[in-house]
Design a protein around this ligand. Structure first.
Ligand code: NAP
Length: 476
């Protein structure tokens, strides 16, 4: 009998798993989705200007190429539309249980007990597709509750709150802020951007695809594949070496410095916006409209430290900056993988406790003492230079290749020795990467351990995940 598979999350990861099971003729799966719609991060992040800075033709499943992309870089509604298209085409909607949050998952008697508000169900395999950026992080600034105006997080945008003519404070200046600031700056009366640390920014060569280009993608055999391959190789061949502090690191820095010089004529503002750490240490912002928005007369970049939020605005060491709206673009609780789901493995061991020093998983997928559990976009599988969808597909292929062993032996669990060897290899590779180099970021824990990023080329990751390395696992 085919294993019964529980999948949590109907974003890019969970949907990919469901679709590939469906394509393999294994329809004994259920997708649990806590929200009322699919899309994961692309459902949650609907702020003005939300989009992806990885080109559309690469930021999509390899098995479902899409000639209809309207631009080189996709915007959120189009990505969500793509995911809905995939769910419909591969007929997985019927298997998604919306508004059903998984509260806990417990391994007992060689199976997983999945508890939701509606009760407990049993599955043979559990695939977690909850992502790394699913829980907004509110900053621990005192006084947030004292604010008398309207406030919200960028990932929970308040579309009912008209920003026209408002005095707005944006706290944070990462990729999310860089995308919505240009869209709101022209509408608000005044905008204060509270920047704690500057980011490196490089241009985004976005453009609409004209009708002829779209026709060509549709009808010219192999064109989409070739274009996708070219983008992939470019990212892998030039951006990855920059993050590994190799030959292109200097070029990346020059590109960012040139961009800053070209777009910000005021030397004082340029100084404020110049980072003091190497590009790539934090996620590089890819955007051509962010700097021009910051040079507008109604926008101030505030670098004085925030002391507290007050009833009428944001107080810094220099005094009160009045605001009637505060937008927290303060990122996500990225190192708390799978939280708040309570996951218990063999002998009642708690995953949260096992991961006390930082999340880790063999190949980013399997965890010792948690048989038949597979993570998608798990620890150390995030990228700063290429498409996460590529990584998710590698993980889903890996899960599919493990299923016959589970069918035959009942359980499959990564050995602690394999996990320890994997961690040693990661640590060694991590030493080369730029992420440890003088910055704090969502890639790492408060103690400085990089738990989120993959430190190698993605070609290596594909090779490592292509089939289960059997000696690493104990079966049955
Ligand atoms: P983020 O990169 O984590 O940025 C959070 C921002 O909030 C930072 O500027 C941070 O400052 C600031 N901040 C946090 N706590 C603060 C505090 N107490 N006081 C003042 N400032 C504070 O979050 P994000 O912009 O939402 O982006 C997260 C990730 O999502 C991105 O890195 C990217 O991977 C992904 N994303 C991707 C795209 C895309 O196009 N592919 C678009 C949007 C987001 P510090 O830097 O000083 O910590």
């Amino acid at each position: 009998m085919a294993p019964r598979v529980a999948i949590t999350g109907a974003g890019f990861g969970g949907l990919c798993m469901a679709i590939q099971l469906e394509r393999a003729g294994l329809s004994s799966y259920t997708v649990f989705e806590k929200a009322g719609d699919l899309g994961g991060t692309w459902r949650d992040n609907s702020y003005p200007g939300a989009g992806c800075d990885i080109p559309s033709h690469l930021y999509s499943y390899s098995f479902e190429k899409y000639a209809s992309w309207t631009r080189r870089y996709p915007e959120q509604p189009e990505i969500l539309g793509y995911l809905e298209h995939c769910a419909d085409k591969y007929d997985v909607m019927r298997k998604i249980r919306f508004n059903t949050e998984v509260l806990s998952a417990t391994f007992a008697d060689a199976s997983w007990r999945i508890r939701t508000a509606g009760g407990t169900e049993t599955f043979d395999v559990l695939v977690m597709g909850v992502g790394q950026l699913n829980r907004p992080r509110m900053p621990d600034i005192p006084g947030i509750d004292d604010f008398e105006g309207t406030s919200f997080h960028s990932a929970r945008w308040n579309h009912d709150h008209d920003l026209a003519g408002r005095r707005v404070a944006v706290i944070g200046n990462g990729s999310s802020a860089a995308q919505f600031i240009p869209r709101i700056a022209e509408r608000v009366e005044h905008l204060d951007v509270f920047q704690r640390t500057p980011n490196w920014v490089i241009p985004k060569p976005d453009a609409a695809f004209g009708p002829l280009t779209r026709l060509a993608f549709h009808y010219v055999p192999g064109l989409q594949r070739a274009y996708r391959e070219w983008i992939y190789r470019y990212a892998e061949g030039t951006l990855y070496p920059a993050l590994a502090q190799g030959w292109s690191a200097g070029l990346l820095k020059k590109r960012a410095m040139d961009h800053l010089r070209d777009q910000v004529p005021d030397p004082e503002l340029r100084d404020k916006l110049t980072p003091g750490y190497p590009p790539g240490c934090k996620r590089v912002v890819i955007d051509s409209t962010f700097y021009p928005a910051l040079t507008r007369p109604n926008v101030d970049v505030v670098t004085d430290g925030i002391v507290r939020v007050a009833a009428k605005g944001v107080e810094t060491a220099e005094g009160l900056r009045e605001a009637d709206t505060i937008i927290f673009a303060t990122g996500f609780r990225s190192t708390e993988f799978l939280s708040p789901i309570q996951v218990q493995g063999r002998d009642g061991v708690s995953l949260a406790r096992q991961w006390g020093g930082g999340a880790e998983a063999y190949l980013g997928i399997s965890v010792p003492r948690f048989p038949n559990l597979f993570l998608l976009y798990g620890p150390n599988t995030n990228l700063g230079h290429n498409s996460i969808i590529f990584m998710i597909e590698c993980q889903v292929n890996h899960v599919l290749s493990c299923l016959p062993y589970i069918r035959k032996h009942g359980t499959m669990e990564v050995r602690p020795e394999a996990m320890a060897a994997w961690t040693r290899q990661l640590d060694a590779a991590m030493g080369r990467m730029v992420w440890g180099n003088g910055c704090q970021s969502w890639y790492k824990t408060a103690e400085g351990r990089v738990t989120n990023n993959w430190p190698g080329p993605t070609t290596l990751y594909r090779r490592l995940t292509a089939r289960p390395p059997l000696p690493a696992y104990s079966l049955g």
